[in-house]
Design a protein around this ligand. Structure first.
Ligand code: SF4
Length: 336
């Protein structure tokens, strides 16, 4: 395993030739293990109710925003809209409210999603292994859960209240999801939260190694969302510039050649296009981060969880991938 000082020296190395070599190695490994495939998915937000207070997120329980929770019919409308554009892999998101969006509600959403998508992932509140088992049996194959930061002190500064304030419960979530039979698990850190980026990366890599060793049957991916501004809130970020972002992607690829690396529409279109060659294996497209944001007029006046930076449609992203000689993959999973 890489050491902390090696990560630090890599992140601080200004030599363009060094970065070029790292990028080439990362691109080569990605082609070796993934060919020229890029998996596409789209998020669908079905609720913004949240009982946790994370200072960096617009959905937090103390923020006076309009709250929405979709009915099964509204979910159907949103999902149908995405399915018509070719999406087969959906990521269903909620805030983290155990009361407003309990397991029964999530199962209802999965039942709707099954009408349209062979691959269904959830990014919702952490649960127990038995609940993940129920979700898997209902039709969920993927869980996304980010630790956000592995720095316990920083974690408790920004996660003030609610279940998310429990660092250890969150840390154990990928493990419980794997025990529940979930086939694909995505973990990550929110870049911009921790002051010591190298330390956070090392902890993420250790978490991933632990999961790979103990749950080898699971397919893993990692994400590095960068912190964005939220409306009406000034939050002191530890900004991660584009060069550092690229280094993180390439370093991760060289350490974990078989692990998926996701890229969201938080990133600008030009950066997404350039970084595609280097290590990315999965990206969101045509994203809307508001509840009911694709089709529902009634929910128009709301604050999204974060602002999307790449506004291109799903069709445009598919066109772009093909123009760069990539094979867009809509799903690599069918339940039999
Ligand atoms: S990050 Fe998640 S848990 Fe925290 S406030 Fe936002 S939606 Fe709620």
């Amino acid at each position: 395993m890489i050491t902390l000082s090696e990560i630090n020296s890599l992140l601080s190395n200004p030599d363009p030739l060094f970065l070029e070599n790292l990028a080439q190695r990362s691109a080569q490994l990605t082609r070796q293990y993934f060919g020229r495939t890029i998996a596409l998915y789209a998020p669908v937000y079905i609720s913004n109710f949240c009982s946790s207070y994370c200072t960096y997120c617009g959905f937090h329980s103390h923020n006076k925003i309009k709250r929405f929770k979709l009915t099964a019919n509204e979910m159907d409308q949103e999902m149908q809209h995405l399915a018509k554009q070719g999406i087969e892999n959906i990521l269903i998101l909620t805030g983290e409210s155990y009361n407003v969006t309990p397991l029964s509600y999530l199962k209802e959403a999965v039942e709707v999603a099954k009408n349209y998508f062979p691959s269904i992932s959830l990014e919702v509140h952490p649960m127990e292994a038995a609940e993940y088992k129920k979700l898997f049996e209902t039709g969920v194959d993927g869980i996304t859960v980010y630790q956000e930061t592995y720095d316990r002190k920083r974690y408790s500064e920004v996660h003030i209240a609610g279940i998310k304030a429990d660092y250890d419960f969150r840390y154990g979530t990928p493990q419980r999801a794997a025990q529940g039979g979930i086939r694909s698990i995505s973990i990550g850190i929110l870049l911009g939260l921790a002051e010591n980026l190298a330390q956070d990366l090392l902890a993420l890599y250790e978490h991933l190694r632990f999961m790979e060793k103990n749950y080898p049957g699971v397919e893993y991916s990692v994400s590095f969302p960068r912190l964005r501004e939220i409306k009406g809130k000034v939050f002191s970020r530890c900004d991660v510039d584009d060069m550092t972002f690229v280094k993180i992607i390439c370093l991760t690829r060289t350490l974990f050649p078989r692990v998926g690396i996701n890229l969201s529409t938080r990133e600008e279109a030009h950066l997404r296009d350039h970084i595609l060659e280097l290590g990315i294996t999965k990206m969101s497209a045509g994203s809307n981060t508001s509840v009911g944001g694709y089709t529902l007029k009634e929910t128009e006046d709301q604050d999204p969880q974060f602002d999307v930076s790449d506004h291109r449609s799903i069709a445009d992203v598919i066109k772009l991938l093909k123009s760069k000689n990539f094979d867009p993959v809509f799903t690599d999973w069918r339940r039999i």
